[in-house]
Design a protein around this ligand. Structure first.
Ligand SMILES: NC(=O)c1ccc[n+]([C@@H]2O[C@H](COP(=O)([O-])OP(=O)(O)OC[C@H]3O[C@@H](n4cnc5c(N)ncnc54)[C@H](O)[C@@H]3O)[C@@H](O)[C@H]2O)c1
Ligand SMILES: [Zn+2]
Length: 363
């Protein structure tokens, strides 16, 4: 098992990464003196796979549980379901010393985290992320929230968990497409911060795809460390944290114009990162061989690197970029790489160059 500490002063917490961990959740929460009752929020795909193990572990540790199961999928990240969770917590008489456990991917984590942040003005929160994306990304950093009709993640809070437990065995049941999508974030960490990780991925991508435990443990821990470091330096996203958005400006716009129905998030940011590589090549000292290596790695991971865009779609994509909530004063700014292992935020890019980047990723 590996442990990563997220350094946030009195809100610091640990991420535990390894096989067979779910069985230990009760004991781990007991060690942290988290209280004697909790609500486990899960979805209807993850619950049937793991809820029994988690409930038993809590009960063996003398912790009373209430299980709340929501429908799986992004549509569940809404205020109606938040409200239903509040009602269930109140019915189960969960008080200030109780805690909320998220058992599932990023959807469950974001929703349950928002419930934990707001119920009784905040109760303790624990995450058991079960997708690769949630293990390396959404469970680290404390952003929780839900969507509105007007857009994704428009209501939320910064709320840190007390513990994150990444059980590598949970990845065995994850659909392969979801796993590959998570790899797009993993590769991102290599490009923005860690040339060694990137090289390791080039060598070991097949072992990762075969879910080699040792390899997964090291890589997931490294990704969590990088995100923890960035978040530790910029918890409320005022500057540095923006480098985590490498490939996301175009990636988010691709998701928006395809109505979140064609590409998984990781697939969209794979294309976005190839486009960002091209922009980097044009505007920084990022070399063509580096950009090619990055594109090859996405391809080896089985991720898309090109997209077919009609003219009207291209126009909508550029409009969508301007609507992205990270745009300030109408100006689209990009995170660009300087070399593999180093990126910086805040680069202005002209519309002409954005068009050229879209040409570069067009089929
Ligand atoms: N808070 C943050 O900082 C942050 C960062 C990135 C993404 N997110 C959010 O995360 C969400 C996406 O997360 P996700 O990709 O984990 O999606 P998800 O939670 O929708 O999970 C994907 C699918 O896999 C299923 N699943 C999950 N674990 C499984 C397992 N072990 N075995 C079998 N099936 C399993 C789920 O039921 C779901 O159908 C988005 O809502 C996004 O906004 C948040
Ligand atoms: Zn992302």
């Amino acid at each position: 098992m590996k442990t990563v500490k997220v350094p946030l002063g009195d809100r610091s917490y640990r991420i535990l990464i390894g096989p067979d961990l779910m069985q230990q959740i009760g004991k781990q929460c007991q060690k942290l003196k988290l209280g004697t009752s909790c609500a486990i929020v899960t979805d209807d795909k993850v619950g049937p796979l793991f809820a029994d193990t988690v409930v038993k572990s809590f009960e063996d540790a003398g912790i009373r549980t209430t299980l709340i199961t929501i429908p799986n999928g992004e549509q569940s990240k809404n205020l109606r379901l938040v409200h239903q969770c509040y009602d269930r917590l109140a019915e189960a008489r969960l008080e200030r010393k109780s805690f909320v456990v998220a058992l599932g991917g990023g959807v469950v984590g974001d929703l349950a985290g928002f419930v934990a942040a707001t119920y009784l003005r905040g109760v303790d929160f624990v995450q058991i992320p079960t997708t690769l994306l949630s293990q390396v990304d959404s469970s680290v950093g404390g952003k929780v929230g839900v969507n509105l009709k007007a857009g994704k993640n428009l209501v939320g809070a910064f709320y840190q968990p007390k513990l994150v437990l990444c059980d590598l065995d949970s990845l065995k049941t994850l659909p392969e497409r979801e796993f590959r999508a998570g790899l797009a974030e993993v590769i991102k960490y290599g490009i923005i911060d860690d040339a060694r990780l990137f090289k390791q991925l080039e060598k070991e991508i097949d072992r990762l795809l075969q879910l080699d435990t040792h390899c997964l443990e090291g890589v997931i821990a490294r990704c969590c460390q990088i995100k923890a470091k960035v978040v530790g330096e910029d918890e409320k996203e005022s500057g540095l944290r923006a480098i985590l958005n490498y490939g996301h400006t175009i990636g988010h716009a691709i998701e928006a114009i395809t109505r979140y129905g064609t590409y998984l998030h990781g697939e969209a940011i794979s294309i976005g990162q190839v486009a960002a590589g091209y922009l980097s090549q044009q505007l920084t000292d990022f070399s063509i061989p580096h950009a090619d290596r990055a594109r090859c790695l996405f391809e080896h991971a089985g991720l898309p690197t090109t997209i077919k865009l009609s003219k009207p779609q291209r126009t909508r994509l550029i409009q969508a970029m301007q609507l992205d909530k990270k745009v300030s004063a109408g100006e689209v700014k990009f995170v660009l790489a300087h070399q593999i292992g180093h990126a910086t935020p805040g680069h202005r890019v002209t519309p002409d160059l954005i068009h050229a980047a879209l040409d570069h990723v067009s089929k």
